[in-house]
Design a protein around this ligand. Structure first.
Ligand code: NAD
Ligand code: 6OH
Length: 484
């Protein structure tokens, strides 16, 4: 049986305990993962701190950027290994992982290599009333040791989204990937090592959250900052852990994203985009729409078309090229999603399609598949309309006026993403400007430029990453004031 190891201070090491890495398509064990105990997390943090003082700390920005580009090429060179590992761990269709997860993993390193090379600073010439003149200018210094905690839905993509800017800014990193999807983090460690990154600069510790590597990392006094992507509740727990030492945090958390469809939309394009926004990655993208508001005059037509899209999804083995929807990540997560399918019925929903589990008559029946599901008829106050489900499911409701659609979309404690579908671009701009979300797409979804700010409002997070916003989080910006 394959063993997935930790990577600490430039060595691949086993922990005292092991846990199973499960393939969600059929419940089989892919590998054993060795869990880092507290002493191993301590060792990783100490190695990272020491590496700050070594060769890494002395590298120039162009040299660091060259290392990032080398890591990107290293991912490209082992593309198939990354692809197979990611598909096996997550169950996502190979067509999706080969288009988004793995290329985006490499792209994150290339993007931040470019961004750090071209980033300028601020400067101000100061003139006081009593005739003193001074020059102020900013310099970026590394934060130090950055703890990175990532989820299972886009494991490589969301890890590299944080590792790349952290390294670009000269930090050292201890990363704790999700216990559900450990494989590509250890593969990344192999690529980082072969790219000439000194020992201790990048470390991977495997394990769980509470009482395990996640908590050991977030409570560690020698970690200078924590960046986390995951559930809002976990973010709250991590906030409590870091509070005593007042560390900077960057949180990308959950969502209950709305889509607003106007009658004047390009119907076919909207249907394609909207269907992706609900079902892509089995609905397990933080940006997925779970609330769809449709102008009443096209409501029935829209619902029938979305039902057709859902029923045309091909639930298959993840490695088959024709598969368009894989399983959910785990047995527990399937129970959670199915409990919402049940709750929807109790709350009075009409289940337009789905609502249960598919039957295959083969090994996939031991996996964690659920039917893509469309609900309608729920009051806005119901739990299925308010709580993040994180599965291939949405609730569709009609609206009569633009104001009503905006008010309903904004009636949430979350605020990560939204989308607006209309051929009237004036309205598109207007509505987008009124939605309370970190990102609003008009006539598209999940079209992301790595230079743009990314993050959420309310329960969806704290701070922004992306482009210069990432540099601002992963570095200490210091002002130098020189009297002239
Ligand atoms: P999760 O919060 O359960 O776990 C995320 C990570 O945190 C894992 O590595 C886990 O081991 C670790 N963890 C759990 N408890 C911890 C603790 N007490 N201390 C330290 N670490 C701890 O999230 P998940 O189930 O892996 O991912 C799904 C969630 O992530 C959804 O809510 C989704 O919306 C959110 N998400 C948000 C974004 C975003 O950018 N806003 C992106 C992807 C996923
Ligand atoms: C959240 O689940 C996904 C975020 C992905 C990105 O922001 C991206 O641009 O790759």
């Amino acid at each position: 049986m394959k063993v997935i190891q930790n990577y600490i201070n430039g060595r691949f090491v086993k922990g005292a305990r092991e846990f199973a890495d499960i393939n969600p398509a059929d419940g089989s064990v892919i590998a054993q993962v060795t869990e880092a105990d507290r002493a191993m997390v301590d060792e990783a943090v100490a190695a990272a701190r020491q590496a700050l003082e070594g060769e890494w700390g002395r590298l120039t920005v162009p040299a660091r950027a060259a290392v990032l580009n080398k890591i990107a090429c290293g991912i490209d060179a082992r593309f198939d290994e990354f692809l197979q590992a990611e598909v096996a761990d997550t169950g996502k269709p190979v067509s999706l992982a080969s288009k988004i997860d793995v290329p985006r993993g490499a792209a994150n390193f290339r993007a931040f290599a470019d961004i750090i090379k071209t980033a300028g600073g601020e400067s101000f010439r100061t003139e006081t009333p009593d005739g003193v003149t001074a020059l102020n200018y900013t310099v970026r210094k590394p934060l130090g040791v950055v703890g990175i905690i990532t989820p299972w839905n886009l494991p490589l993509l969301l890890l590299t989204w944080k590792v790349a800017p952290a390294l670009a800014c000269g930090n050292c990193v201890v990363a704790k990937p999700s216990e559900e999807t450990p494989a590509t983090a250890t593969l990344l460690a192999e690529v980082v090592e072969s790219s000439g990154v000194p020992a201790g600069v990048f470390n991977v510790v495997h394990g769980f959250g509470p009482d395990s590597a996640g908590e050991f990392l977030t409570t560690h006094p020698e970690v200078d900052a924590i960046t986390f992507t995951g559930e809002s509740r976990t973010g709250a727990a991590i906030m409590r852990s870091v509070a005593p030492s007042v560390k900077p945090v960057s949180f990308e958390l959950g969502g209950k994203n709305a889509a607003i469809v106007f009658a004047d939309c390009d119907f076919d394009d909207t249907m394609k985009g909207l269907s992706d926004s609900v079902f892509l990655n089995t609905g397990q993208v933080c940006l997925c729409a779970e609330r769809v508001y449709v102008e009443r005059s096209i409501f029935d037509r829209f619902l029938s078309a979305l039902k057709r899209e859902a029923e045309n999804l091909r639930l298959g083995w993840p490695m088959h090229a024709s598969t368009t929807m894989g399983p959910l990540i785990s047995r527990d997560h399937r129970e959670k999603v199915l409990s919402y399918y049940q709750l929807a019925k109790e709350e009075g929903a009409t289940t337009v399609t789905g609502g249960g589990t598919p039957e295959f008559g083969d090994g996939r029946d031991n996996g964690y598949y659920v039917q893509p599901t469309i609900l309608t008829g729920l009051p806005e106050s119901s739990r299925c309309v308010k709580e993040e489900i994180f599965g291939p499911v949405c609730h569709v409701a009609p609206f009569d006026t633009e104001e009503e659609a905006i008010a309903k979309s904004n009636d949430t404690k979350y605020g990560l993403a939204a989308s607006v579908w209309t051929s009237n671009l004036k309205r598109g701009h207007r509505v987008a400007g009124k939605l309370r979300a970190g990102i609003t797409w008009v006539n598209c979804w999940f079209l992301r430029d790595l230079r743009t700010p990314f993050g959420g409002v309310g329960l969806s997070g704290i701070g922004r990453e992306g482009g210069m916003h990432s540099l601002n989080f992963y570095s200490e910006l210091s002002n130098i004031c020189v009297k002239l």
